[in-house]
Design a protein around this ligand. Structure first.
Ligand code: FDP
Length: 340
């Protein structure tokens, strides 16, 4: 019988078995080293987001055990019932980011007003977030998630000009990403040089690199939309859906949590559509907290995002909670939708 190296030298055995993992924090630092003037401030900010989402995922995983399922009885600024987990997620992100020093303004989909952090006099980042996307799925144990977008404060504007600071077009985002609380907890982010994906390893409590420079398939015969509204969709979209059904090789997937539907589209390809309807010409999804960050991720992965007329990232926001139609996914499939 052969003697293995580990048997001959038992001291070498444990380290030989240590997996060569790369955590999200290591990865962000490595990315920053590519920029000689980087201060490390940005990685400090992103580590606040990773901490917050780890806390949120722990609460999500205990839903049903704790009193976190169900509605609070309040209605948020979007007119939707506030779920208890939404509130927890909102508070957690505020708590983890408000004391980072470099965050000057926090803007949540759940809040009426932006939260200006008085202590962060020089805070140069603005973080916009949807703390718990897909909240109507919470009670049914369906995947939900957190979406974030990071802007830099315009030094030409005063601290008092809060709305002007926030209402920046999506192409000015310095980073964006999301976390899906699904069968595992997955984070994807971009800081403008590709999309990188991490899986939370619950045994060590760290996001571990799963894939660098994720690419969205250039095409994909999957469409994702709430077809119950189809008869009120724009005619071009109705024609596309009709056409796709006649092809025989299309399939349809709709979770009803944008973040989870987008994540699948990023990995498998295809198109996600939430167009305007006759009753709601601007659709339902929010430009600043949902469409912009996911459009940034999509483009960085080789995909594309439009409202049907204009590139999402070029849209000049007019109000904080503005909604937008969204067609996002594989380049060829989005172009096909627009051709109808
Ligand atoms: P939810 O209302 O459950 O929070 O913008 C919110 C959102 O979910 C998206 O995550 C999702 O894609 C969409 O709304 C679902 O809307 P419909 O129920 O109208 O399909």
């Amino acid at each position: 019988m052969k003697t293995s190296h580990a048997q001959k030298n038992p001291a070498a055995a444990p380290s030989a078995r240590v997996p060569m993992i790369r955590t999200v924090e290591q990865h962000i630092l490595e990315q920053q080293r590519k920029f000689p003037h980087a201060t490390g401030e940005f990685s400090w900010l992103l580590s606040g987001i990773t901490l917050a989402t780890k806390i949120i995922q722990a609460q999500v995983r205990r839903a049903g055990l704790l009193e976190v399922i169900g509605q609070t009885g309040e209605v948020n600024v979007q007119g939707e019932a506030v779920e208890r987990l939404d509130e927890i997620a909102n508070r957690t992100i505020r708590h983890c980011l408000a004391y980072r020093g470099n965050v000057g303004i926090l803007v949540s989909e759940e809040d009426h007003e932006p939260h200006v952090i008085e202590e962060a006099e020089s805070g140069r980042y603005i973080v916009l977030f949807d703390p718990l996307d897909g909240s109507s799925n919470i009670n049914a144990n369906v995947s939900i998630g957190t979406i974030f977008s990071i802007l830099q404060r315009n030094p030409g504007l005063s601290r008092g000009e809060v709305m002007a600071q926030i209402l920046q077009p999506g192409y000015q985002q310095v980073a964006a990403g999301y976390v899906v609380y699904g069968s595992s907890t997955v984070m994807a982010y971009t800081a403008g040089s590709g999309v990188h994906m991490f899986t939370l390893d619950p045994s060590i409590g760290a996001y571990v690199l799963a894939q660098e420079n994720v690419q969205m398939p250039p095409s994909g015969r999957i469409y994702s939309t709430n077809e119950a509204y189809c008869q009120n969709f724009p005619e071009g979209i109705q024609r596309y859906l009709q056409w796709a059904k006649q092809q025989g090789d299309y399939t349809s997937r709709y979770i009803g949590s944008l973040v989870a539907d987008f994540h699948r589209t990023l990995i498998r390809g295809g198109v996600f559509l939430y167009p305007g309807t006759k009753q709601a010409p601007q659709g339902k999804l929010r430009l600043l907290y949902e469409a912009n960050p996911l459009a940034f991720v999509a483009e960085q992965a080789g995909g594309t995002a439009t409202d049907g007329k204009e590139r999402i990232l070029d849209k000049q926001p007019k109000t904080m909670h503005q909604r937008t139609p969204l067609i996002i996914g594989s380049k060829e499939e989005v172009e096909r939708v627009l051709s109808f």
